[in-house]
Design a binder for this molecule. Structure first.
Ligand SMILES: [Zn+2]
Length: 342
């Protein structure tokens, strides 16, 4: 088969649009007609290389208020290296257009899109959107990256979550090149789970908090997406001397430290800090400052998430800690990696 024939078969159809090899197109994929008689559509940018290669989707704002990924994709789409792409990139900066416009995680019916996959064309609004996304995007892809942040009032260390039971997904997760990976089985109804069932290996990147841009997270995420693209052969490796490869560590497990008392708290640690067994993380006290209680780590590790709202009732989740066989080495690697980012 000559190149031309092969490429002609690679024309990608999304909605009513066709994207031929070598083309770059912005597509509006119609989702729903709203009750005000307007139509809502998902904006999608497809960058198709002249040469064959993987089809990678990168999605952001599946939770409408998780916006770091929107900025990551904006920067990725301006990257000059896309002119040399092999295969096809499908970028969906805002999947949950409803939530994004309302600065909300959810859809108008309070459903969580990331619990509605694979969806159904005759189901709820969330379910229909999920089904459309599966049909038009996931089923046409070979790989996927779903960009998230912590939920509202929670911030996360940049980290990759993937199901490491599958060797190809593990390789993709390692290829992202952030020091911390969490082996996480997919949640029921998540995009990641639905994609896995379709044999599209997909990882999830988490970093920062809802409704905020975090420059560090954005740079880490952008670099990770480019690194995955390089890893699967979509873009060439840099001709300059390659930067140091980031060493990647898989967490043994993770746990939340919960408030032992109700009150407001002062944190003694930050996301990314290494903590020892029993080390103090925060001090909770009542509005009079009486009876301060120290909240401590049950087991040493790296802080991968934290509540950013310093008001808690007893039992509320405060600090998320991942444990590793040697968490000091993970901390050292994070410091070295940060020197590379800035
Ligand atoms: Zn999310």
């Amino acid at each position: 088969m000559n190149t031309q024939t092969r490429n002609r078969t690679r024309t990608l159809r999304i909605g009513d649009e066709r994207v031929n090899p070598g083309e770059r197109k912005t597509i509006q994929l119609d989702v729903a007609s709203l009750y005000d008689y307007t139509t809502l559509s998902i904006p999608i940018e497809v960058v198709s290389g002249v040469r064959d290669g993987p089809v990678l989707f990168i999605s952001a704002a599946v939770h409408g208020d998780e916006i770091n990924g929107v900025e990551i994709l904006k920067r990725l789409l301006r990257s000059a290296v896309l002119s040399r792409i092999k295969g096809t990139l499908i970028a969906i900066p805002v999947v949950n257009v409803f939530g994004f416009n309302h600065k909300s995680r959810y859809l108008p019916d309070r459903r969580d899109l990331n619990r509605s996959f694979p969806g159904s064309p005759t189901g709820s609004l969330a379910s229909r959107l999920a089904a459309l996304f599966m049909n038009q995007i996931v089923n046409k892809s070979t790989h996927g990256i779903d960009l998230h942040t912590g939920s509202i009032h929670r911030t996360n260390l940049p980290q990759v979550r993937a199901s490491l039971d599958d060797p190809e997904t593990e390789e993709l997760a390692r290829g992202f090149g952030v020091p911390v990976i969490l082996h996480s089985r997919e949640r029921d109804g998540s995009l990641r789970e639905a994609a896995r069932k379709k044999k599209v290996c997909t990882l999830l990147f988490e970093g920062g908090e809802a409704l905020r841009f975090d420059e560090h997270v954005i740079r880490v995420g952008l670099r990770g997406c480019l690194s995955v693209m390089r890893h699967i052969g979509m873009i060439p490796r840099s001709r300059r001397k390659p930067k140091r490869e980031t060493r990647v560590f898989v967490a043994e497990q993770s746990y939340w430290v919960r408030a032992s008392h109700s009150g407001s708290f002062r944190t003694l640690k930050n996301v990314g800090d290494h903590v020892e067994d029993g080390e103090s993380l925060a001090v909770i006290s009542d509005p009079f400052g009486k009876d301060p209680y120290r909240v401590s780590a049950e087991e040493g590790g790296i802080i991968i998430g934290m509540s950013t709202i310093p008001l808690v009732n007893r039992g509320d989740a405060m600090v998320h800690i991942a444990t590793f066989s040697n968490s000091k080495r993970v901390r050292r690697e994070m410091e070295l990696a940060d020197e590379d980012y800035f």
